[in-house]
Design a protein around this ligand. Structure first.
Ligand code: FEO
Length: 391
């Protein structure tokens, strides 16, 4: 992708990665992604904000061909999908000054082996005049790493927010039709930001008083209606959970599926929404997205060698790390001859501050009385949701 105009003097010069299908060897990317670099020409001096993933260095360097002189390179975040081409850019523009947060100095030394003496740390709120523009650096720690910062271009009312507000979307439009980006932005929030929701809240408070016309994140298109994504982030980070039960499930000989089917029907009869995820072929991004809002998670799993099915262990490990706002937890499942599954599920979800509701764990094929226990579980969940006033 060639350089694309974002605003007068500001261009997107990064890379759209149309074909990438996995991030961190973990996160599915059904819609690809982008690594956004922004180039600001001020009339006097030129500034580059972030670089791109090392796999896309050639695209960035091609988009900088017409640049004669680069005064500054702003590194918002050291993770390699944004800093990975820094050494190549410095080789082309050795006179450029690298600006970053104080915490980024050591990290750049560690991750890129940059000579840290060439780095200039900027303070939170520090302003830099560049030609006719004023850059205000805003430290935004923990969205995504401790060193992460943003830049507010004062005269143009543009916030370059790095990972915060990002979306894994490969699209040709540089400016977003914001409503269309929200599903991908929510998925990105679930995968990257949800474990850091307290930091998200703090940083929203830090930036939302700004007069913002455009938000340029480091992944996905630029927001032209910033209030929409800011309010969505507030809701995802702080809003009450919904009257929804997420049921990741796996079955071996069908017993657990019978329990999950009965639970689904019984919850729906009681006015509770259900989102089910068969772990045979699950998209972990969709599951994480569902957990942004769900009040309850019920794990449906058979017993394998006294513990949960390994596919469920993997999911519970991830859920425990993602720290969703789930308020209630339970289990439905089966075993052949013995099980310590419940104790292990509780261990794997220890970080979640969720109330455990009486599970239904059945020896062999479910009998009618087992299904009635599933109905009781559905009733208990519906009652908890009602008492909490969830909609
Ligand atoms: Fe897009 Fe935390 O890197």
């Amino acid at each position: 992708m060639n350089a694309r105009k974002v605003a007068p003097g500001l261009s997107a010069v990064g890379a759209v990665d149309w074909d990438r299908r996995l991030f961190d060897s973990l996160i599915p990317l059904p819609d690809g992604t982008s690594y956004n670099s922004y180039l600001l020409r001020t009339g006097k001096q030129t500034v580059l904000f972030d670089t791109v993933d090392p796999s896309q260095t050639a695209t960035l360097m091609a988009n900088l061909t017409s640049v004669d002189d680069l005064a500054y390179i702003v590194v918002h975040h050291v993770e390699q999908d944004h800093s990975g081409s820094l050494l190549d850019v410095l080789a082309r523009f050795p006179q450029a000054q690298v600006l970053c947060s104080p915490k980024a100095v050591d990290l750049l030394g560690d991750h890129l082996h940059v000579d840290t003496s060439i780095l200039r740390a900027v303070e939170d709120g520090e302003e830099l005049s560049v030609g006719d523009k004023t850059l205000r650096f805003i430290h935004t720690p923990w969205v995504h790493w401790p060193e992460t910062m943003s830049t507010y271009i004062v005269e143009d009312r543009v916030l370059l927010s790095c990972d915060m507000f990002g979306s894994h979307l490969a699209v040709s439009d540089v400016l977003a039709r914001d409503e269309e980006v929200l599903p991908a932005a929510k998925r990105y929030y679930a995968e990257i930001m949800m474990p850091l929701h307290a930091a998200v809240s703090r940083n929203l408070t830090k930036i939302e008083h700004l007069d913002i016309a455009l938000i340029g994140p480091s992944h996905g298109p630029v927001y032209t209606n910033p209030q929409l994504i800011i309010e969505a982030y507030r809701d995802w980070a702080e809003g009450p959970p919904h009257n929804t039960v997420v049921i990741p499930h796996v079955t071996m000989h069908g017993s657990t599926r019978i329990l999950v089917d009965r639970l689904t029907a019984s919850l729906v009869d009681r006015g509770v929404r259900v989102e089910r995820f068969d772990l045979a072929g699950v998209d972990l991004g969709r599951l994480a997205t569902a957990l942004v809002d769900a009040a309850t998670l019920v794990a449906g799993t058979p017993t394998v060698l006294t513990g949960p099915h390994p596919a469920m262990v993997s999911v519970l490990y991830l859920v425990n790390a993602l720290r969703p706002k789930t308020q209630f937890l339970s289990v439905v499942g089966s075993y052949g001859w013995g099980s310590k599954m419940l104790e292990m599920v509780k261990t794997y979800t220890a970080n979640m501050r969720a109330e455990f509701i009486e599970p239904v764990i059945v020896k062999g094929a479910p009998r009618e009385e087992d299904l009635e226990r599933v109905d009781s579980l559905a009733g208990a969940i519906a009652q908890k949701h009602a008492e909490a006033g969830l909609t």
